[in-house]
Design a binder for this molecule. Structure first.
Ligand SMILES: C[S@@+](CC[C@H](N)C(=O)[O-])C[C@H]1O[C@@H](n2cnc3c(N)ncnc32)[C@H](O)[C@@H]1O
Length: 286
């Protein structure tokens, strides 16, 4: 890992927080604007207001390259998985690569549950500062760790996380930034730390572009942007590969969904502008 990750907070975490802050209609994260510089917050409110005007919704989505739609739908899909896990009796959640995840402050289902957030130190410091004046609904604990270098077991040791109890692992929008070997070792590590009944909720990215020359340009351009900003895209999987990966890691019953299913589940139309070929895989530990 380069040293700037120790000193610089993640920009991709901020970008998805911007997407959730703008959101899509009712699907938005009212706490996400805390991740943004103070000066940017009125613009977020402006965009939300603009989206209520005739034609505004499409214009905002185009302006943001669909980031707001994708981030809002993804948030809703993962929220639903959290709620489902709580209904199934899981009372501890570990958010891996948490960024500005606001679920511990926002989701009623997590009231009184234990939530451990794991991220690199610089991002986590900024996140904690952003939330400092708010009382979370859950019992939140923070641990700083680098998934490419540190042992998650050691990182979790000082927290109240209990290996004997089932865990919900929320690993959202992190896989693309890890190389294949770090994805595999992290997935295997999560499975090993999973008591029976644990669940995994992970997003991953399809190869961008969809083949062909145009696809190669899109993929090349996207890669360049992420790379230039210091968070290169390091892995992508198709549905079949990710299903095999989580199964080999030790999870069972993998189910893969994407933005059109997430939209349908909340009665919204499927997004026309696809910001990212990012999908969700859920699985369980028996
Ligand atoms: C796109 S953000 C997603 C944040 C959050 N999960 C969300 O969905 O809003 C990616 C996050 O992964 C974290 N991350 C990336 N590589 C990591 C690593 N090797 N170890 C720990 N965290 C990492 C970043 O610091 C950042 O917070």
């Amino acid at each position: 890992m380069t040293s700037h990750h120790r000193t610089r907070a993640s920009w991709t975490a901020r970008a998805v927080a911007l997407g959730r802050a703008v959101g899509r209609g009712d699907l938005h994260d009212g706490l996400a604007e805390r991740a943004l510089p103070r000066l940017a917050r009125p613009a977020v409110r402006g965009l939300r207001a603009a989206a209520t005007l005739p034609g505004g919704r499409a214009a905002v989505a185009v302006g943001l390259g669909g980031l707001n739609v994708h981030a809002a739908l993804r948030m809703t899909a993962v929220d639903a998985e959290v709620e489902r896990a709580v209904l199934a009796g899981i009372r501890q959640v570990v958010v891996v690569g948490a960024g500005y995840d606001s679920r511990a402050w926002r989701l009623e289902a997590l009231r009184g549950a234990s939530v451990v957030e794991v991220d690199r130190p610089a991002t986590q410091r900024r996140k904690r500062a952003a939330m400092a004046d708010l009382t979370p609904l859950a019992d939140v604990q923070f641990v700083a760790a680098d998934l490419a270098e540190d042992s998650l077991l050691l990182a979790l040791a000082p927290t109240s996380w209990d290996r004997q109890r089932p865990t919900l692992w929320v690993w959202e929008a992190v896989v693309p930034y890890l190389d294949d070997s770090a994805v595999r070792s992290t997935a295997t590590g999560l499975a090993e730390l999973s008591a029976p009944g644990s669940r995994l909720v992970t997003t991953f990215a399809h190869p961008i572009g969809g083949g062909g020359l145009a696809g190669a340009f899109v993929e090349g351009g996207a890669r360049l942007v992420f790379e230039a900003l210091g968070e290169p895209l390091r892995s992508s999987y198709d549905d079949w590969d990710i299903t095999a990966l989580v199964t080999e890691a030790g999870f069972e019953d993998p189910v893969v969904t994407g933005a059109s299913e997430w939209a349908r589940a909340v009665g919204q139309d499927a997004p026309r502008l696809v910001f990212a070929a990012e999908r969700l895989v859920t699985a369980a530990r028996r």
